[in-house]
Design a protein around this ligand. Structure first.
Ligand SMILES: Cc1ncc(C[n+]2csc(CCOP(=O)(O)OP(=O)(O)O)c2C)c(N)n1
Ligand SMILES: [Mg+2]
Length: 622
């Protein structure tokens, strides 16, 4: 056997360079590079290897959480066919990645995390930043990655590496199992040499399969659809990752079945497709939610059926409703006691199209869907044309940007009141033009994620929409975007606090307590003094971005034009009216209200809560 003597870290980087994935005959190198921040836990190991092995490009980020978000957004934009690795030092550098790991895993997006770890040989413990335990030496802060990783391992001996790498690639390249993979790398072992088999460094191609559904279940699914009078499709992120948009369009054109889209699935069909009722669930359109309420059959494709999609299990009120779930992941395929088609979305949609030859929903039902769709377009127009303020309304900002952006441009967002408003109002015209991280809804994802989107497809303009709260949590990657020459357009919607949680607080009877950015009041002792104002334009400018302040809608229009002419990251700062919210449409979200309280508003909110939560359903196999 031919061998190559390398350090564990050198072997790791050489391996990553040679991993490829292939789907439908198209082959791509899986790793686009390695993000990192060095400390004593990785500088002499992985750091040395990356310096020596120039085939794998090293990217220096500003914050470890942010770099995992960038990696996640990049992989999501690439429909999970490309990814990054992320290296950190031990201790705080490592634990900073945990939030990123959770974000990736919950969204089912591949990212390889390589946190440095404490010495395997123990003799100099405790090393700087080591967590000590009285009952074991076999624990470090990296154990905290376990619940947020789809695969976790610690490489305590250099010769373990090749076995763990094969497991890592199995998980990362599996549409059903993918998420964060963590290989914790003890600092001493990274620098140790071993005689690795030469074959470990040869090109390996991981086939990404399109598994077919069980034949009998597929036949039963077709039967159920044929019998349905009021069927509805829920399109989730899996439709997009499986590149099933065209297949879905063909399926709904043949059958007339309407579609509601989740946050991850938005854009699966163009907003103006006649069967597309657009957003569904808590942040859904009236049309999608009314059709869901009465549906006798729900075909859920590539969705996790989270509470935002199911309106906390209240969305489906037809007593006879059945579910057919098409999903590569068994856990999702079985939700709501569905008929589980554990299979690839595109293949299964195509097979169902063939099996349903001749089936079509009734004229009445089709007409009802068209009517609801038309009503919704009118509502969107109204919200785009409010002419409120200044400060102007968030819906007008969305409308102005949506009209300005090209169909292939990408809007990126994650947390606050924007995701709900964008889900309802954004008119997506391309399956990769709407990039919402709403599995974890992680404040701080926006700018870091925008960078990953831009790296995945530099030909598109990227519009990051970010609230003042999220911006304050993590804007550091503006510097990285400038360092790497990836231009972002960032629109900061400043409402001096949390419109989202402020509104939620009002709805549970707590009047927005603790959700405004205000000084502590000398008299009341509460945070209800003067507004805390932040000069976001100056802040972004100081990080190297071009900044523009806008007040009116016309200003915004002008700023967008100006931004388009720039080749470096441009930040537009705009004040929006925190209280001018886009309402909800025939949906509900379970946020438990205090059962006992001295406050009238809370008691009354509790009463409504108890009434509404009675609609929550549980489904069983029939
Ligand atoms: C990391 C993180 N912390 C806390 C939350 C809970 N949270 C959701 S939205 C929100 C406020 C967001 O404020 P901002 O970005 O200004 O958006 P706005 O609500 O004003 O639109 C908070 C604190 C979260 N989603 N993520
Ligand atoms: Mg805000």
């Amino acid at each position: 056997m031919k061998i190559r003597r390398l350090t564990m870290a050198q072997a790791l980087t050489s391996f990553l360079t040679n991993q490829y994935v292939e789907r439908d005959g198209r082959e791509t190198a899986f790793f686009a590079g390695v993000w990192g921040i060095f400390g004593h836990g990785n500088v002499a190991g992985i750091g040395q290897a990356l310096q020596q092995d120039t085939a794998l490009r090293y990217y220096l980020a500003r914050n470890e959480q942010a770099m995992v978000h960038t990696a996640t957004a990049f992989a999501k934009m690439n429909n999970r066919l490309r990814a990054f690795a992320c290296t950190s030092s031990i201790g705080p550098g490592a634990t900073n990645m945990i939030t990123g790991a959770a974000t990736a895993t919950i969204n089912r997006i591949p990212v390889l995390l390589l946190p440095g770890d404490i010495f395997a040989r123990r003799n100099v413990a405790p090393v700087l930043q080591q967590l000590e335990s009285e009952h074991t030496q076999d624990v470090s802060v990296n154990d905290a990655f376990k619940p947020v990783s789809r695969y976790w391992d610690r490489i305590n001996r250099a010769d373990q590496l090749s076995f763990s790498l094969m497991e890592a690639m199995r998980v990362l390249s599996s549409p059903a199992d993918t998420g964060a993979v963590t290989l914790a790398l003890p600092q001493d072992v990274q620098a140790e040499a071993w005689d690795y088999p030469e074959e470990l460094f040869e090109k390996q191609v991981w086939h990404i399969a399109r598994p077919l559904a069980d034949r009998e279940l597929l036949r039963r699914a077709a039967q159920l659809i044929r019998a349905a009078k009021k069927p509805l499709i829920i399109a989730g992120g899996g439709v997009i990752y499986s590149e099933a948009s065209s297949a879905l369009a063909r399926f709904v054109e043949r059958t007339g079945i309407p579609v509601g889209e989740t946050q991850a699935g938005k854009g699966a069909l163009s907003f103006d497709h006649p069967r597309n009722l657009d957003a569904i669930g808590v942040t859904g359109t009236r049309g999608a939610n009314i059709i869901a309420r009465d549906a006798d059959l729900v075909i859920a494709i590539g969705t996790r059926l989270s509470d935002f999609t199911t309106a906390s299990k209240t969305a489906f009120q037809n007593p006879d409703v059945h579910f057919i779930n098409i999903n590569v992941a068994s856990i999702d395929a079985h939700k709501h006691a569905a008929l589980p088609l554990v299979a690839d979305a595109r293949s299964t949609i195509q097979e169902l199209t063939d099996q349903l030859e001749g089936y079509r929903v009734s004229e009445d039902y089709a007409a009802r869907v068209s009517g609801l769709k038309q009503d919704w377009e009118t509502e969107v127009e109204r919200l785009f044309a409010l002419r409120h303020g200044p400060p102007i309304s968030q819906s007008e900002v969305i409308g102005t940007l949506n009209a300005f952006a090209q169909p292939k441009d990408v809007v990126v967002c994650a947390a606050g009141s924007l995701p709900g408003d964008l889900h309802k109002l954004w008119r997506a015209r391309d399956s990769k033009s709407y990039h919402l991280e709403y599995g974890y809804s992680c404040m701080g994802y926006e700018i870091a994620g925008g960078l990953g989107v831009k790296m995945a497809d530099p030909s598109r303009e990227v519009y990051v929409m970010v609230g003042d709260g999220s911006y304050l949590m993590m804007s550091s990657e503006i510097v990285t975007s400038i360092q790497e020459g990836y231009k972002l357009n960032i629109i900061i919607l400043d409402n001096h606090g949390f419109s989202s949680i402020g509104g939620l607080s009002q709805s549970v009877g707590s009047g927005g307590f603790g959700t405004d950015y205000r000084f502590r009041h000398e008299k009341t002792g509460h945070l209800d003094g003067e507004q805390v104002r932040v000069d976001f334009a100056a802040n972004a400018e100081s990080l190297g971005a071009h900044s523009i302040r806008a007040v009116t809608r016309d200003d915004l229009q002008g700023a967008l034009n100006e931004a388009r002419g720039k080749d470096r990251t441009t930040v537009i700062v705009l004040e929006v009216d925190k209280e001018m919210r886009v309402p909800g449409y025939d949906s509900w979200w379970d946020v438990p209200v205090a059962e006992v309280s001295e406050v009238d508003a809370v008691r009354s909110a509790r009463g409504e809560y108890e009434k509404a939560s009675k609609k929550e359903r549980q489904f069983f196999q029939r």
